[in-house]
Design a protein around this ligand. Structure first.
Ligand SMILES: *Cc1c(COP(=O)(O)O)cnc(C)c1O
Length: 435
């Protein structure tokens, strides 16, 4: 595994964009040579316990032999083949599994290459559905504040307008209807006033609204908000009542992260359209899917266009589909509910952070743990806190005022303790002030 050539950090800094980063004043990046299980190996010799699962995706850790084996086997047949006019066993097998494990009304699968694209496809499905019904007025989307649905333009237009800097793209971005973010907490009681307020928005806007799009139960990148299942149930009911489709974006929450296989199960509802991605391949390849019902698919296909107007070059990529099949098998073969519950119990250690003066809130749901700092704390300096975390032997990447963990499901008790302790020490020592 030893790299003879060291990773050229100068070239990286001069020429390569990283996520949400300045090209002229980038924060440092850490050179990784390999990753295995829940350990990330740096070229400089440090071994870091992973607390991020590479942004919700690496649920089985890295370099998992079963996923590797499935990918090698697929490479030996073909890594890629176009999906137009062609099909293959990895796509068929994967879509069978997806139809099987997602809510029962979802029977039709569109494979795409990233989460954002699956959201674009979901939006197209909703618009095309109403057009096919001869209804031309439904061209807006409705969505709560604090949402996150990706960085492409249609997806961005339904992200929280402040977090995603809508003002930068004003005039270019389509404008949609924003409703208040859910406020009743996951484990408290549901405030009926939220339902009444939502109903007003539906009443006033439904004629122009094609679909309501929401992340079920956990609003992630928009603030790690864990909200009450009755909010989602209420949205479902209002969508039925006012003829609005429901798009659930489970790109982050899917595949067990919240304690249910899909977070919609907390509210016992069926979406009209479902987006999945991130953990779909166990974090090994980029792949996403948009699922919908017979009703929507039939509507679209019998409308004027007669087809769904989307077809990525790498649609149904065999290598990614093979990895996804292996990842889903791995998940379902184990008692994953118990695994998530164990991680949940261990993440409760984060609650001791509440005694620290800078901490506003600590919350844990499924295999997600969040420590939120006070408003008064100026934003966390990511470079400073990451340098501290690397010294502690952990990989954690906060954003805004949130320091959070979503470790791979294979993480052991000691790893989680080390992650939680590192967060406590970072806050106690205020290792987030700009150095
Ligand atoms: C990450 C994410 C997306 C975007 O997925 P990409 O693969 O980054 O394009 C969309 N919605 C949610 C809820 C996400 O967490």
């Amino acid at each position: 595994m030893n790299n003879k050539h060291s990773i050229d950090l100068n070239f990286d800094r001069e020429h390569i964009w990283h996520p949400y980063t300045s090209m002229t004043k980038p924060i440092p990046v850490y050179p990784v040579t390999h990753a295995k299980h829940n350990i990330i190996h740096l070229e400089t010799g440090e071994q870091l316990i992973d607390g991020m699962a590479s942004w919700w995706s690496a649920i089985h850790g890295y370099n998992h032999p079963a996923i590797n084996k499935a990918m090698v086997n697929q490479i030996n047949h073909m890594s890629h083949i176009m999906f137009g006019g062609i099909t293959h066993s990895s796509a068929v097998e994967l879509c069978k599994k997806l139809v099987d494990i997602t809510p029962s009304s979802l029977t039709k699968v569109f494979l795409a290459d990233s989460g954002s694209v699956s959201v674009e496809v979901a939006i197209k499905m909703a618009l095309q559905y109403w057009l096919s019904q001869g209804i031309k007025t439904k061209q807006k989307l409705m969505t709560p504040y604090k949402g996150y649905h990706g960085d492409t333009f249609a997806a961005m237009s339904v992200c929280d307008p402040v977090n995603s800097m809508h003002s930068l793209y004003k005039g270019f971005l389509p404008e949609h209807v924003f409703v208040p973010a859910p406020t009743s907490k996951f484990s408290s009681t549901f405030e009926q006033s939220e339902a009444l307020e939502l109903e007003q928005y539906f009443k006033n806007n439904h004629q122009h609204v094609a679909a309501f799009i929401i992340e079920p139960i956990v609003q992630n990148a928009g603030g790690m908000n864990f909200y009450h299942p009755d909010y989602l149930a209420c949205v479902r009911q209002l969508c039925n009542q006012y003829n609005v489709l429901l798009i659930c974006d489970e790109i982050a929450t899917g595949f067990g992260r919240t304690g249910k296989l899909f977070a919609v199960e907390h509210a016992n509802i069926q979406p009209d359209i479902l987006c999945i991605g991130k953990a779909l391949t166990g974090g090994s390849m980029t792949l996403s899917a948009t699922l919908t019902s017979d009703k929507i698919a039939t509507g679209i296909s019998e409308g004027e266009a007669g087809v769904l107007m989307h077809g990525p070059t790498f649609m149904g990529n065999p290598l990614a589909c093979a990895a996804a099949c292996a990842s889903i098998d791995l998940l379902l073969e184990q008692n994953w509910q118990q695994r998530i519950e164990e991680i949940n119990n261990q993440l409760q250690q984060l609650h001791k952070c509440i005694e620290l003066e800078d901490v506003a809130d600590v919350r844990v749901l499924g295999a997600i743990g969040v420590v939120e700092l006070n408003k008064e704390v100026s934003n966390i300096d990511v470079a400073t806190i990451q340098a501290f975390f690397v010294k502690q032997g952990v990989w954690i990447r906060p954003f805004g005022k949130l320091i959070y963990l979503m470790p791979p499901y294979i993480s052991d008790e000691n790893s989680i303790k080390t992650l939680c302790d590192a967060i406590y020490s970072a806050i106690k020592g205020k290792h987030y002030a700009k150095a």
